[in-house]
Design a protein around this ligand. Structure first.
Ligand code: FAD
Ligand code: MG
Ligand code: MG
Ligand code: MG
Ligand code: MG
Length: 547
């Protein structure tokens, strides 16, 4: 009598378990994407929504084409022309992702949940927050501007990150010109009001300074002729040259170009204080303070951590960092199912030295405890996908440079494990962190979408940390950044470009290249048309100087 009684509940549980397993297999895993910038939209566009339930959470319901933002401050392009609604992008990508206009305010990595809050003007009192469970979370919330704790920056300087910022700058600049023209304004005040300071000699700062200079030269001097003699643009940079992430030739060209166009460039100067009308800098060469009076100061430098990200870092033991540390599959270290891309994340490349014993064995095919030149060349090319840092040493000349310290004639070299370790650590020391650019963020997003699609299709996870070609399935290769070069505009109809393969060019023809590249990079035909029309409008009729 016992047996049937026992068997039926057991059978029942088996059946239930089976049903449940089927259900959970049927259930699409949920990907929650935080952000609507370069990284997040790239993930959305690539993610197969027949494989995943996808939810995008961002307080900004549009994507912003940031490289053209400096132009919005002066009216070369309109803010609306470089924004595209997230919902429209979802439809255009034939995706079935959902969008929620809210801010993620905290991530619970243990329970795999994000707490979100509606921070917009209309929110339902008492019910403005909700929790979202996730299987995979993509953190792509970007960064804040970093003031490096400089007093007065938050209160008195303008940032340049969002459309709002650009609109505020545009208003203030015009306000300065109009105020300077009033009969009650003294000459001294005029000089102050028409002094525009840009802090940060990176591409954003330089482009903004150039745009501002063009606005003044091409439009305002005509409209406010009495202001012309008082107008001045100053660029303050803490490093010893501007555009220091670019090739030296471009940096030199830009410096000369700025000097020619009367943009006052102050290098090796650190801002130490800002008030409503003065900016104090410390000149590292002259070892002295200097006070500059200004009408508008734009702070265009520094990457800071958003509160959401610092909060998560604290929870996962990364609190001493500025950006979330991920492995090469973009998984946030110390978490389950959390990925991070773009300005809020840094990829940590695994070092060769960590795997030196393994690599030595792999290389030493004859097992004599010594590596020949050929064995070394072979092993480097075998592991190049897992360790992209070996890339520069795959060629003969690259290998020669690497082995230069060990022998006169590298082709006759024999390396024991110590020498091999030294060579590998030399390669490791050349690994550089990826820059905080749109190019990096969108490539990371595209890669991540592919990797997630892959995972769902084959129902397997990406490789663990130690899989090298020839060993195990090579399912999903690590993320690898491909640099397509970088542009910067210099004002006066000139631009500079640096392309892979040491190709550098500056001048007017480069500006035409810039126009065509940036037109083609627009995210939709709508924004492409609007941007081109804005450029033509500005060229034909001048920039709009009404407030
Ligand atoms: P972002 O594009 O900044 O996107 C972050 C998103 O997250 C936003 O939608 C934001 O609303 C959202 N968000 C913020 N907080 C939350 C939250 N709590 N919850 C949910 N969502 C949140 N790069 C280049 O390669 N070339 C250039 O020419 C260039 N020019 C630039 C010019 C300017 C003026 C600026 C500001 C940047 C420029 N950059 C350029 C850098 C580039 O814009 C960034 O590297 C890029 O935007 C990083 O992408 P991201 O997805 O990490 O962040
Ligand atoms: Mg983003
Ligand atoms: Mg609302
Ligand atoms: Mg990054
Ligand atoms: Mg050997």
């Amino acid at each position: 009598a016992d047996a049937p009684q026992k068997s039926s509940p057991v059978e029942g549980t088996v059946q239930q378990a089976q049903e449940q397993a089927e259900k959970s297999e049927d259930r699409k895993k949920r990907v929650v994407i935080l952000g609507s910038g370069w990284g997040a939209t790239a993930v959305m566009q690539g993610l197969d929504t027949s494989l995943y339930e996808t939810i995008i959470v961002s307080p900004r319901n549009y994507f912003l084409f940031t490289p053209l933002l400096p132009g919005v401050c002066v009216g070369t392009v309109e803010g609306r022309s470089i924004s595209e609604a997230v919902r429209k992008m979802i439809v255009n990508a034939k995706s079935s992702a959902k969008y929620q206009e809210a801010e993620a305010i905290s991530i619970d990595p243990k329970n795999q949940q994000v707490l979100c809050k509606d921070t917009s003007a209309i929110s339902v009192t008492g019910k403005d927050s909700f929790a979202l469970d996730y299987d995979y979370l993509v953190v792509a919330v970007g960064a804040e501007t970093n003031t490096f704790g400089t007093p007065g920056v938050k209160e008195h300087a303008y940032f340049l990150k969002e459309i709002d910022d650009a609109d505020k700058i545009r208003e203030k600049v015009i306000d300065c010109f109009e105020t300077a023209c009033l009969p009650s304004t003294t000459e001294e005040e005029k000089r102050r009001l028409l002094h525009f300071i840009v802090v940060g000699g990176g591409p954003t700062g330089c482009e903004f300074a150039a745009e501002l200079h063009d606005l003044v030269e091409e439009d305002l001097k005509r409209l406010y002729p009495e202001c012309a003699p008082y107008t001045k643009v100053t660029l303050v940079q803490s490093a010893d040259h501007i555009l220091n992430t670019f090739d030296q030739r471009i940096s030199d060209y830009a410096t000369k170009h700025f000097l020619r166009s009367d943009i006052n460039v102050k290098v090796s100067c650190r801002v130490i204080n800002v008030t409503d009308r003065t900016l104090t800098i410390w000149d590292k060469w002259k070892k002295q303070k200097e006070e500059l009076e200004f009408g508008v100061t734009v702070w265009a430098t520094g990457i800071g951590t958003r509160p959401l990200v610092s909060d998560l870092m604290e929870k996962i033991g990364q609190s001493d960092r500025r950006a979330l540390l991920t492995d090469e599959w973009l998984r946030v270290k110390g978490t389950q199912g959390i990925y991070a891309i773009g300005d809020c994340a840094t990829v940590q490349q695994r070092s060769l030295v960590e795997d030196v014993t393994y690599l030595f064995k792999l290389a030493d095919k004859d097992g004599d405890g010594k590596l020949t030149y050929d064995e070394l060349a072979k092993v480097l090319s075998e592991v190049k996908e897992r360790f992209p840092q070996v890339e520069h040493h795959l060629s003969k000349s690259g290998l020669r440079i690497l082995l230069h310290d060990f022998a006169e004639d590298p082709s006759k070299i024999t390396l024991d494990i110590d020498a091999f370790t030294k060579a590998l650590s030399k390669i490791d020391s050349q690994v550089k962190a990826l820059p905080a650019t749109a190019q990096v963020a969108s490539q990371e997003g595209t890669y991540l979408a592919k990797a997630l699609n892959h995972m769902a299709e084959r129902n397997i996870v990406p490789e663990g940390p130690m899989r090298i070609r020839g060993e195990g399935r090579h399912l999903c290769h690590p993320f690898r950044y491909k640099h397509f070069g970088q542009f910067t505009t210099l004002g006066g109809g000139e631009a500079s470009v640096e392309l892979p393969g040491d190709w550098v060019s500056s001048g007017r023809s480069t500006m035409w290249l810039w126009y065509s590249v940036y037109a083609s990079k627009q995210v939709s035909w709508r924004t492409r048309c609007l941007v081109v029309m804005d450029w033509m409008k500005a060229a034909l009729f001048g920039r709009d100087s009404s407030r």
